[in-house]
Design a protein around this ligand. Sequence first.
Ligand code: MG
Length: 361
Amino acid sequence: MNRRDLFRTLPAIAVAGSANAAPAPNAVKADVVRLNLKHTWTTVMSSSTFRDTLHVKLTSQGITGVGEGAPISRYNESAVDGKKLVESLAPMLVTADFSQFSKILAQIFKKVEGNWAAKAAIDIALMDWMGKRLNVPLYKYFGLDPKDAPLTTFSIGIDTPEMTKKKLEEAASYPVLKIKVGLDSDEATMETVRSLTKKPLRVDANEGWKDKDEAVRKINWLEKMGVEFIEQPMAAHLIEEAKYIRKRVHMPIFADEACLHPSDIPKLAEAFDGINIKIDKCGGMLEAYRMIQIARSLGMKVMMGCMISSSVSCTAAAHLSPLIDYADLDGNLLISNDPYHGVEVINGKLTLPTGPGLGLR
Ligand code: MG
C-alpha cells in the first residue's frame, strides 16, 4: 500500500473504529425464581413444597445466555446469596468477552469461595451464550451424539404408602425409578413400591444410615428386591466405612454427597464404584465435564443428577449426558411452573433439544 492508498483508506478505518469504540456493555441479570413442587418433597434432609433457584441472564452482542443454579442447603447456599454474588460480579461481567468463557470462569473460581450454584448459573449462561453465538447445540459443541443420551430415572420421595402408590401411577411412563431411603421406614417403603411395580429400581440413602453393618444389611436386603445400585449409604466423610460396605455387597455404590468437585474423585475410587455429578454441586458444565473425564480415567461409573430445578439446569446436564452411564435428571419434571421447555423425556430416554446453546424455548 502506497501513501496515497493509505490516506484513502484512513477515513474508512476511522469510521469503523468509531463504530467499535464504545460497544454496548453486556447486561447481567440475576433473579430468584420460586419453583412450585407438584408434591411435597421429602428426603432424609428436608421436606418442602417449593424451591427457590437462581436464574442468570447474560447478554452480549444481542445474544442472551440463560443459566440456573439450585442452591444446596447442605452447603449453606441460598438463591438470595447467589443473586448478591452475581450482582457483585456484574462490573467484571459487563466488560468481559463472553467468548473467553474459560478465562472468565477461572477468574471467578479463583476469586469466589463456595457459591457453587451461583457459579453454575454463570457457567451455564456463558455456555448457552457461546452455543448461540456459534449457532450449535451444546452437545455438538462438546462433540457428542444426542442418541447416546441415557434413560433417566424418575424419583419417588419418601412418603406414606397411599402417596407412594399415587406417585408410582404418575411415573407410569418412566421405565426406571429412583427411591429415596435412609429412614427406619425403608423396608415398608420398598415393600410398598415392589408390591406395585416390577421396574428396575435405584436407591438413594442420602447419607441416612448411621452404622456400617446396618448399611450392609440393608443393601444385602435391597439386592434381593431388584435394586440396581445405591447412592451414598453413609455420611460423606466416612470413606473407610464406604470401603467396608463395598467389600460386603454386590451392587455398585455411588458417591453423591462425598463427591462435589474434581479433586474429590481420586480418594473415592477405592471406596465407590461410581460418582453422581451435579452441575449445581460442582459449579457448572465445564467442571462437570472435567469430573466425567477424571472418573473415567479411574475406571469409575458416572451418573449425573440434579437438584429440583427448572429445565435450564436439567437441560444443561442433559447436554453432557451422552458421556455418562446413568441419568437422574428429573428435577424439572417434579415442578408445576417450569418457565422453559428444554430436554424432554420420551419413553424414559433423555431427548435433547436441537436449537443453539441449551436449545431452550
Ligand atoms: Mg443422591
